[in-house]
Design a protein around this ligand. Sequence first.
Ligand SMILES: Cc1cc2nc3c(=O)[nH]c(=O)nc-3n(C[C@H](O)[C@H](O)[C@H](O)COP(=O)(O)OP(=O)(O)OC[C@H]3O[C@@H](n4cnc5c(N)ncnc54)[C@H](O)[C@@H]3O)c2cc1C
Length: 401
Amino acid sequence: MPRSRGNRVVIVGGGWGGLTAARELRARAPDLEVVLLERNAAFWSGALSNKWLAGQVDTRLIVHDYAAAAARFGYRFIRADVLDVDRAARRIVTAAGTLDYDWLVLGVGIRYDYASWFGDDRRTIEQTREQFPCAYLPGDETARLKRKLERFAGGDLVMNLPPMPYRCPPSPYERAAMIGWMLKTRKIKGRLIILDPNPISPVFRRIYTERYRDQIHYVDGATVKRVDPVKHTVSTEFDDYPFDDAILMPPQQAGDLLWRMDLIGRDSSGSPTGWAAQDPVHLHALGDERVFLVGDALGPVSPLFGHYPKSGHLASRQGRIAAQEIVARVRGAEPPKLLPDSVCFVFSDFEPQEMVRIDSGYRFRGDGLIQQTVKQVADPNPRNEDVDWAKAMFADFLGAA
Ligand SMILES: Cc1cc2nc3c(=O)[nH]c(=O)nc-3n(C[C@H](O)[C@H](O)[C@H](O)COP(=O)(O)OP(=O)(O)OC[C@H]3O[C@@H](n4cnc5c(N)ncnc54)[C@H](O)[C@@H]3O)c2cc1C
C-alpha cells in the first residue's frame, strides 16, 4: 500500500472488537483511512455456535463475509496474516507485504496454550488440534467439531474445561448440556465426561443430574495434567480418563501477535500473565498511546474483579471505545472515559429450553477503580432473545441484514 498520509488507522483482527472499531471509525471520522487486516476470509461467530453444532440455527446466521462488510461500511479489508509489528517505525509486517500506520487497534483474540501440555512438540500439538478440536477460535474448527459430534456413535467422550480466565466462561457448560441432549434424543449409548477445574454454577449441576444422569458424568476439581492423544487418555492429578473420543480444551492466552510485540503483562515475580498489559480505561498499550487493545486478549482491568468477561458483546463495546479514543486524539480533544457492558444468553437446557441471561455493568467507584455488577436472570420460557440479540450485533458491526 502507499505510505500513510498521517491519518491511517489499521485494525488487526476481524472479530467482535476489531469489526466494531472499523465500523465506528468509519462512521465518526470520514477523514481517516481505515484498513482491516484479518487472516480468515469469513467471520465465524462463537456466540450461537453451540446451537449451530446442534443444528438449531442456520450457517448464514453465524458466518459472514468480510469483504461484503467492508464494502457496506466503506473501509478497506485486506486478507493477511500479520506476522509482526515494528512499533518504533509504526510498520506492520504481513505475509503479503508491509504497511505503515498512524494508529493501530489490535483485536487478535486468544491463542491455545498447548505448550503447557506438550512443550514444543509441534507434531503432537497439530495432531491434537486436528483430531480433538475444541472450537474456541473462529474458523473451520467449529465445522470439524460438528462432524465429530454427528459421527459419535457411543462410548466415552471426554471434554475438559480450561482454567479461568477463558473465552465465554458459561459456554462449555452450555455445550455439555447440548451434547447430553443430543445423546439422549438420538438414543446413543455413550456419555460425556466433563473434567472441570473451576466451580460450576448450581443451574448446570441441577440440569446435568436431573435431566442427563445417564448421559453426563461431571467431575469437580479436575485439572488436566497430561494428555496422551495416541493412547486416548487424559490424566488429572487423581485419575486417568481413557476416552473413545474427546473435545480437548487447552488453557487460553492472548493471541500470538501480542507475544511477538512484547505486549504481554507480567506478574509480581516477573512471569508473563498470559494476557495483554493495557491501560484499563483508555485501552492503549502501556507505554504506547498509538496502539489500542480490544477484546478477549486483554489482561485484568480492576483489582476489584480482575478480567472483564471475555464476551463478544464486551469486545464489541471496547472496539467502539478504542475508536472514540482515537478520534478524540486525532482531533486533539480530551479522550472520553467510557466503560463497556456485556450481555450474554446461555442455554442450560435445549428441550424444553431453559436460558439464563447474564448482564454485566461497569462504573467508576469513588476512588476511580472500575466496579462490576452482574445480574443473572433465569428464563424457563425463552423466545429467541439470543438470536435477536445476535442479529442486532451483526447488523451493527457487519451490516448484515
Ligand atoms: C462456544 C462459544 C460461545 C460463545 N458465546 C458467546 C455469547 O453467547 N455471547 C458473547 O457475547 N460472546 C460469546 N462468545 C465469546 C466471543 O466469541 C468472544 O468473546 C469474541 O469472539 C471476542 O472477540 P475478539 O474480537 O476479542 O476476538 P475474535 O472474535 O477471536 O477475533 C480475533 C480475530 O483476529 C484474527 N487474528 C488473530 N491474529 C491475527 C493475525 N496475526 N493476523 C491476522 N488476523 C489475526 C483472528 O483470525 C480472528 O478473526 C462465545 C465463544 C465461544 C467459543
